[in-house]
Design a protein around this ligand. Structure first.
Ligand code: ADP
Ligand code: ZN
Ligand code: ZN
Length: 767
């Protein structure tokens, strides 16, 4: 751009507009290019609705501008001109369409996939209102009415009253279908006051269920609190900027229980008072219902939740309530980001480090990045919060891209952080303890049970059982090139998912020669059995995928535990995320290093976050809490720094590791996954694309980007074959995101144009 007289950069790329015509149609993938008339230059923006001449007859249609450009895709003289701007504000729909376009460009997907992501409820699900028939008579009155009907031979009336005698309320459909009644037969009875036809409220507030479950839990903490100084400073800083019209991105790094949620609520109140709306993202609603309830208690019916377990109709209702301005706060997982608010003023992402914010479906977006974009678009501020910020966010905060705030103290005066002890499982084995409970953990468990206090035990199940480790020395089998664990495949081969390195599964440990080498795996069910054996009098609850599959399963178990109906809660990592159980004074991580073996460069970060979070669960209300971290790797920096709740030290070491091996956020990483049912075709196609990308980047090749990228692949995907579809992966690393986006676009073009890649589909993932 060039600097204008007022010092502002005037926008370039305004001469042509790419426009989509009909968002409810398959042709959504297609844009049409128009010339921007002189009068509109500099006044159009993406997402805006415009009038355009369309088709042979040049009939006037409405379209959405999705992109402004200076590059004509066709002969300039053949392009038609935009007729005018549709008056009125830029609707939420337009904004979301622009966001979809941005996501398509950024992550590589079809416009259709992107639109389906941002407009999740496409067709109106108009459910007919459900009705029921209620008998207004009882006892003798009812008998008299029935007798009268019999005398008069009113057959329909006899059928209905007999049914109502059994069951005073029956569904309307049952009356119609099973009792064969018509509206004409029902009407006189209604008018005579014999029955009432009632409409059952179709819209069930999704919070109702949670509220019911929350009753009786002592964790239902009091209403408003007076903010402490640290909290108040954050609120003042952010709302002060807000009042000045500054829309920033803020990262609140606050230890568990430091009062971040209270800060969010104050900020929300401030923004609501100015007539603006708020989106609050939480990782998973079923695991964080306590937090949701706090919002509900503070803001009442202005709050709604989006939740994958809502029915299509319920979800549509929430969407409509947001669109029409019936609610001001939308809480939910990453999809809540697309709430159609017209006056969005603030987006909050709680636990911003959580993996759940990354979509695994195309477009593979990260909610944090999309939130930043939407905030910019809507003139909203973005607040990220975590006890263990993602490396990405913390790095940006250190660079000054985000404003960083820190809360180092627990908000409640009487709650200290748990003391965490590391127990070396190798030593336990050496000294003859083969149990899954170390002697120290057993001792503390007995103590807590005796005092009537509660205990949480968890394992991190992610990635377990497909890596191989040594029970004597604790080493897991790792790739010599990539510093990730090798994954055991069914055919007995161990493989690196980053470079393809493969070895057969060894019989003895390559580090110490011990024969005690085996796939790791202890399920929660087995832990429950062992716990019951060792502590036969303890009441034990287990929470995992098996026990939570039914609707509301999570809440049932968690609130039962919160009510004190069990002494020990056993589960996967999900049990330590975000709950506030005031009677828990001991948390045990049974195998803390399980998550360190996951074939993922982020496993250190995830382990640190999990252990830090878990320590935050113990001793929240006065009682001193303890945490026992059992591990085969007591010296691993993620374990050591987590036990000391030392985020700074962890960050330094982890960043050094990322820089050394070239992982995000030190560099950008583009992953291209190719898949096809034809294995041979896939193999040759993947090689073709790899060659193309090498040429594309290669130095000295004319037309090449001339950027040295790190390129790995093609290698087989973690799960090579799924549903008879084979999958191969290419990894491309570079410091500059824009280069990776360009490589992705070039690859898309290449795949579209190359005959031998016709039956291969590509998915892109950019980190
Ligand atoms: P975080 O979101 O950082 O985990 P919360 O906002 O949930 O922290 O606060 C932890 C606990 O401390 C909650 O029970 C909350 O009600 C309480 N709390 C927060 N701020 C204050 C305060 N200023 N004074 C007293 N209690 C507070
Ligand atoms: Zn060994
Ligand atoms: Zn490798």
């Amino acid at each position: 751009g060039h600097a204008g007289a007022d010092g502002q950069v005037t926008q370039v790329g305004q001469r042509f507009a790419n426009i989509i015509i009909d968002i409810s149609h398959e042709s959504v993938d297609r844009t049409f290019q128009y010339r921007v008339p002189e009068a509109l230059m500099g006044r159009l923006r993406a997402g805006q609705q415009v009038y355009i001449p369309f088709g042979a007859g040049n009939s006037r249609r409405k379209g959405y501008v999705v992109e402004l450009t200076d590059r004509a895709e066709y002969d300039e003289s053949k392009l038609k001109e935009i007729a005018g701007v549709v008056p009125g504000s830029v609707s939420a729909g337009s904004q979301l369409i622009w966001l979809a376009w941005w996501m398509k460009e950024r992550y590589g997907s079809t416009m259709n996939q992107a639109l389906k992501t941002v407009l999740p409820v496409k067709q109106k699900v108009k459910e007919a209102p459900r009705r029921q028939i209620r008998c207004l008579l009882a006892g003798e009155e009812l008998d008299r009415a029935l007798a009268e009907a019999e005398r008069k031979h009113f057959k329909a009336r006899i059928r209905l009253l007999s049914a109502l005698k059994e069951e005073p309320v029956i569904p309307y459909e049952a009356a119609v279908n099973q009792l064969n009644l018509t509206m004409a037969a029902l009407k006189p009875m209604e008018e005579a006051g014999v029955i009432a036809v009632e409409v059952i409220a179709r819209y069930r507030n999704p919070l109702e269920e949670m509220r019911r479950l929350a009753e009786g839990t002592q964790n239902f903490s009091p209403g408003r609190v007076a903010l402490n100084q640290g909290q108040q400073q954050i609120v003042d800083a952010i709302s002060g900027e807000y009042d000045l019209g500054v829309r920033g991105t803020y990262l609140i790094h606050g230890i568990t229980g430091s009062g971040k949620t209270e800060v969010y609520m104050e900020l929300i109140a401030h923004v609501l008072a100015q007539g603006r709306q708020v989106i609050v993202l939480i990782p998973e609603i079923s695991l964080t219902w306590q937090t949701v309830m706090r919002f509900y208690r503070r803001f009442g019916d202005r709050v709604s939740v989006m939740n994958s377990r809502l029915s299509a109709g319920e979800r549509y209702d929430q969407y409509e309530r947001a669109r029409t301005g019936n609610i001001d706060i939308m809480i939910g997982p990453r999809s809540a980001l697309f709430a159609p608010f017209e006056r969005l003023g603030l987006i909050i992402i709680d636990e911003e480090h959580e993996n759940a914010y990354k979509s695994e479906l195309s477009p593979r977006y990260h909610a944090r990045e999309v939130a930043l974009e939407r905030a910019g678009m809507n003139g909203a501020s973005l607040v990220l919060g975590s006890a263990t910020p993602s490396l990405e966010s913390y790095t940006r905060a250190l660079k000054g891209e985000y404003k960083l705030f820190t809360l180092k103290q627990r908000a409640k005066a009487d709650s200290a952080l748990a003391r965490a002890e590391i127990v070396d499982l190798r030593r336990e084995l050496q000294e003859g303890n083969k149990s899954i409970f170390s002697r120290r953990l057993q001792e503390l468990m007995e103590d807590r049970l005796q005092k009537g206090q509660q205990i949480m035990l968890f394992i991190n199940r992610r990635g377990y059982a497909n890596f191989v480790s040594c029970r004597s020395c604790g080493e897991a089998l790792r790739c010599p090139h990539c510093d990730v664990t090798l994954t055991l495949h069914r055919n007995g081969q161990m493989m690196c998912h980053y470079c393809g390195y493969t070895v057969p599964q060894p019989k003895i440990c390559p580090s110490c020669g011990s024969p005690y080498i085996a796939p790791f795996g202890t399920g929660t069910q087995k832990i429950e059995e062992m716990t019951r054996q060792m502590f036969p009098d303890a009441r034990v609850l287990r929470m995992d995928l098996d026990t939570t599959s039914k609707k509301g399963g999570h809440q049932e178990i968690l609130s039962s535990f919160a009510r004190g109906e069990a002494d020990i809660l056993i589960g996967t990592q999900m049990i330590v995320k975000g709950h506030d159980f005031s009677r828990v004074t001991l948390v045990g991580a049974l195998a803390a290093d399980l998550s360190l073996y996951a074939p993922d460069y982020r496993c250190g970060e995830q382990t640190f976050a999990l252990l830090t979070q878990a320590a935050g669960r113990a001793g929240r209300a006065g009682e001193e809490g303890a945490m026992v971290i059992q591990t085969y790797q007591p010296d691993h920096y993620a374990v050591v720094t987590a036990s000391g709740q030392d985020y700074g030290a962890f960050y330094e070491q982890e960043m050094a590791f990322r820089r050394l091996l070239g992982y995000p956020p030190a560099v950008g990483l583009l992953i291209i996954q190719l898949s096809s049912a034809d294995e041979a075709l896939l193999e040759s196609g993947a090689e073709r694309l790899a060659g193309q990308i090498r040429a594309m980047c290669g130095e000295g090749v004319s037309g090449a980007l001339e950027v040295p990228v790190q390129f790995i692949g093609p290698v087989n995907a973690t799960v090579y074959k799924v549903n008879d579809i084979y999958r191969k992966i290419l990894y491309i690393k570079h410091e500059n995101y824009d280069i990776l986006i360009q490589i992705r676009k070039n690859s898309e073009e290449f795949i579209k144009g190359a005959e031998e890649l016709k039956n291969i589909s590509a998915q892109y993932d950019l980190t």
